[in-house]
Write a protein that binds this ligand. Structure first.
Ligand code: NDP
Length: 331
């Protein structure tokens, strides 16, 4: 059994010496287990997080162990009633040529439905990522403008085409002219932008003159920073990937959205003017809580209109204590 082990945790960009090829005897399957031969191994950006020491959204790979990864495999020997030798399965053999797994962790594949390798991509984890993040978080509506980063990749290419199917105008950001031609000419994106040769801010403004309704973020970093300046009222931003940071040794200064992705947190902009319809309910609840003593209120009263400027300057310095009001005349 050929295996690739993690020899050292990469610092910055991974090096070949961080990995080592070894050979071990093939294990035999126990009760309820299945031995399979790896046909296709999926390589995905999340693996960069797994081989580093920091927190990731999946468990880390130990040093000197086989690197994990999704695979399409063929059953060699089965001690599980649902699988027989010859079956094709979706499994997690990782970076090795054979693996033993519990039958419950495998999913049978039908080779007549689609090429087997598709279940690692468009019909697998990346495809589901594109589909669910775009439709459930992005909520595309016909006529809206959608921007997608890493747009020619496993996730981005599917997300962009689903957005087209939903009637959106789709702008893809990629890293080469070949990729740009591909997303526009082959996949039907409306606009492609080469992030390495074009000035993103200006090109995006020209391509999306009415602003951006959905940003499908695969990268974070400067692309996110730039796109945020051009979003529309009520825009939706599925935070899906942070690939611009995966090799970073230290992160750039400023807010970093990684915890939002990992914790599936929701940030939503708020303006009180959108909530006027809640006024009656609000006044009745809060007046009731004031009366019952469940809610306390403190005012900082400054007497005399002439003191307003000074009090206002103080407000911005934190000199007020409680709600600042000016008593202008007797009530
Ligand atoms: P891709 O097939 O898109 O391959 C990665 C691409 O990212 C590269 O080809 C490159 O495209 C782009 N890229 C690399 N470095 C940078 C950088 N510094 N700045 C901008 N772009 C860069 O990978 P996937 O489609 O599999 O994954 C896309 C993203 O989705 C990743 O961030 C991944 O982690 C994330 N993901 C998240 C999941 C989740 O559950 N949250 C699940 C699956 C994927 P180019 O040359 O065009 O710039």
């Amino acid at each position: 059994n050929k295996q690739i082990l993690l020899k050292s945790r990469p610092v910055g960009e991974p090096k070949e010496s961080d990995f080592a090829l070894t050979e071990t005897p093939i294990s035999q399957p126990g009760e309820g287990e299945v031995l399979s031969r790896t046909i296709y191994l999926s390589l995905d950006p999340y693996m960069r997080g797994l081989i580093s020491a920091g927190e990731s959204y999946a468990a880390n790979v130990e040093l000197n162990s086989v690197i994990v990864g999704g695979t399409v495999s063929q059953v060699i020997q089965s001690n599980h009633p649902q699988f027989q030798a010859g079956d094709f399965v979706l499994s997690g053999n990782g970076w090795q040529t054979y693996a033993v797994a519990k039958g419950e962790t495998l999913r049978k594949l039908d080779p007549s439905q689609a090429p087997l390798s598709y279940s690692l991509g468009v019909l697998g984890m990346p495809g589901l990522t594109a589909y669910a993040a775009l439709l459930d978080i992005g909520q595309p509506k016909a006529g809206e403008t959608v921007v997608i980063s890493a747009a020619s990749g496993a996730v981005g290419a599917v997300a962009g085409q689903i957005a087209k199917i939903k009637g959106c105008r789709v702008i893809g950001i990629v890293g080469s002219d070949d990729k740009r031609d591909y997303i526009v000419k082959e996949l039907g994106f409306d606009v492609g932008i080469n992030r390495k040769t074009q000035e993103l801010d200006a090109v995006l403004k020209a391509a999306a003159p009415d602003g951006i309704d959905i940003y499908f973020d695969n990268t974070a970093g400067v692309i996110l920073e730039t796109v945020l300046q051009q979003i529309n009222l009520g825009a939706r931003i599925p935070l899906v990937g942070l690939i611009s940071e995966y090799n970073a040794i230290s992160l750039p200064h400023g807010p970093n959205l990684r915890p939002l992705l990992i914790k599936r947190a929701l940030i939503k902009g708020f303006l009180v003017s959108d909530y006027q319809h809640r006024t009656n309910e609000f006044v009745s609840d809060v007046a009731g809580w004031l009366k019952s003593g469940q809610l306390k209120y403190k005012e900082d009263v400054v007497v005399g209109l002439e003191n307003a400027p000074c009090a206002f300057i103080g407000l911005l310095r934190g000199e007020n204590f409680g709600k600042l009001v000016v008593k202008v005349s007797e009530d």
